[in-house]
Design a protein around this ligand. Sequence first.
Ligand SMILES: NC(=O)c1ccc[n+]([C@@H]2O[C@H](COP(=O)([O-])OP(=O)(O)OC[C@H]3O[C@@H](n4cnc5c(N)ncnc54)[C@H](OP(=O)(O)O)[C@@H]3O)[C@@H](O)[C@H]2O)c1
Length: 279
Amino acid sequence: MILVVGATAHFGRQTVDSLVAAGHPVRALSRTPERAGLPAGVEVVQADLTRAETLGPALADVTAVFLVLPYGLDPAPFLDAARRAGVRRIVFLSSGAVVDGAEKQPDVIAAYHHGVEQAVKATGAEWTFLRIFFPAVNSLSFAMQLGGGDVVRAPYAGAAATVVHERDVADVAARVLTSGGHAGRVYEPTGPASLTQAEQVSALGAALGRDLSFEELDAGPVREQMGRFMDPDFVNALFDLMAATVGRDAPVNSVVEELTGHPARTYTQWAADHAADFS
Ligand SMILES: NC(=O)c1ccc[n+]([C@@H]2O[C@H](COP(=O)([O-])OP(=O)(O)OC[C@H]3O[C@@H](n4cnc5c(N)ncnc54)[C@H](OP(=O)(O)O)[C@@H]3O)[C@@H](O)[C@H]2O)c1
């Protein structure tokens, strides 16, 4: 049995679909199974990562786990339970911000994901890390602005990313969960091209049949404003990571194709798949 944690959000949900399509038995963990809306045949179990007593039953007979955690959530109760349940393989959705071999991780995003990676290793299970960087789903943050006009106003128009489609991350995860040869490997699946934020908005406009544009804002006041309702260290880490990509192409690789047999989906495909989110 394969357990997907985070099964009702972007990456986990698509991984459930990929596993079901390939005919694998899947269990999905959710705090609210009645709202999960997952395909028939998926066993949805009620559990909470912060409540250790709910995790044993969710892990019964589980051999492999796809672990997607909301940023900042303590993985210890789940990983302790997974170790006790004898889970043999853990695939963790990590962050491209992690720096291997660094004495100190450069920011809180890298530090959190690096900490979870170390904790996964300490379970003794076979581990594989999928590190992603600015996935295409981050464009959903433009949706609210585009509900009221055709302009996205945000800092760092020139920040570049090889925006990966969550379905490709899911296809990679499904492959790694269900085949051998991935223990101790770190994969960084990317999309097929480096695109700046301004280019993403323009591609989004083409897919939606709208003439969209990007207006760059001064980052300082936006950081300050967002830091009032989100962890300021997280906001600064995110914006520093973006700032570091301005003026340089983000690296493209063939991990998706090598592991899934199909080319990475384009951002245009992603935009078409998500047109309803921008309507
Ligand atoms: N976006 C990026 O730029 C980026 C970059 C690199 C890595 N990542 C990784 O991707 C993650 C986000 O993935 P996502 O967007 O798919 O998920 P998400 O929206 O961050 O998390 C929501 C999911 O977590 C589950 N969840 C939350 N609290 C829970 C709890 N206490 N117990 C059990 N389940 C709980 C929810 O399930 P229920 O509500 O059904 O219980 C839901 O499935 C990040 O945290 C990061 O690790 C993201």
